[in-house]
Design a protein around this ligand. Sequence first.
Ligand code: SAM
Length: 285
Amino acid sequence: MANLGIPQNTIEVLQKYHFNFQKKYGQNFLIDTGVLDRIIAAAEITKEDCVLEIGPGIGTMTQYLAEAAREVVAVEIDKALIPILEDTLSAYDNVIILNEDILKVDINGIVQERNGGQPIKVVANLPYYITTPIIMGLFEQHVPLKSITIMVQKEVADRMQVGPGTKDYGALSLAVQYYAKPEIVANVPPNCFIPRPNVGSAVIRLTRYEEPPVQVRDEQKMFALIRASFNQRRKTLVNGLGNASNLQVSKEQAAQALEQMGLSPTVRGEALTLEEFAELSNLLF
Ligand code: SAM
């Protein structure tokens, strides 16, 4: 099968199968060989690797992954794409196509079955409507993985990478940075896709930490604390935490913990680093 990174080849496949793009599935297919090469290089795929691809579409990136990896497991929700994938990937015997919803399938089960529970690499041009639940699902379910190299909306890539004191900083930044080291690899304009998305995109690589960068007694409590702090961004941290019914922390307890940490009683959540959230969580819980 011809290289689908070349626009004409993608158009031929779409026409052959009379494919209708489903907006609800965030379908924007890559048509740029340069971008595809950069994703594969950034993911550092080798013949040892088992790769999970989320949303293979018509199999464009899957072809590149199949060339580089030992095995590719591609999970695609759209039933209409399955016969197309069977055609475009027929030359490869190291690709497994699963017609499943990535948010419902047992990813740990896949890793156990296909890679003996050893860490996999995740590579994807993600459907943008579910970027955050996909990433958080991979981390929170403790899927054994080395890295996640993904195309996301540019603004979301920025949010994953920034630190305190910027408008993009929030619960996603802290969650990603607790589990992984983020690095933006490339910015990708809309004309690299068919159809063109109406936002800019970026490729980001998240390299999983073996040990988290901070020590926290209760991870779940720390993330509940972080979410409560950013739910009410304009409020002081003391008020935000005092108002969060799920935390059972009084304003007085919050104020006392901040004082112990040498922070101002009027500080806002957006000013705290991951280290400070971990310390606050350890003091409160
Ligand atoms: N990888 C292809 C490419 O780069 O050309 C397609 C990327 S497109 C941005 C996202 C793909 O994810 C689509 O094929 C879409 O059908 C699929 N998708 C959307 N939601 C999904 C879900 N919940 N589970 C699995 N795949 C999904």
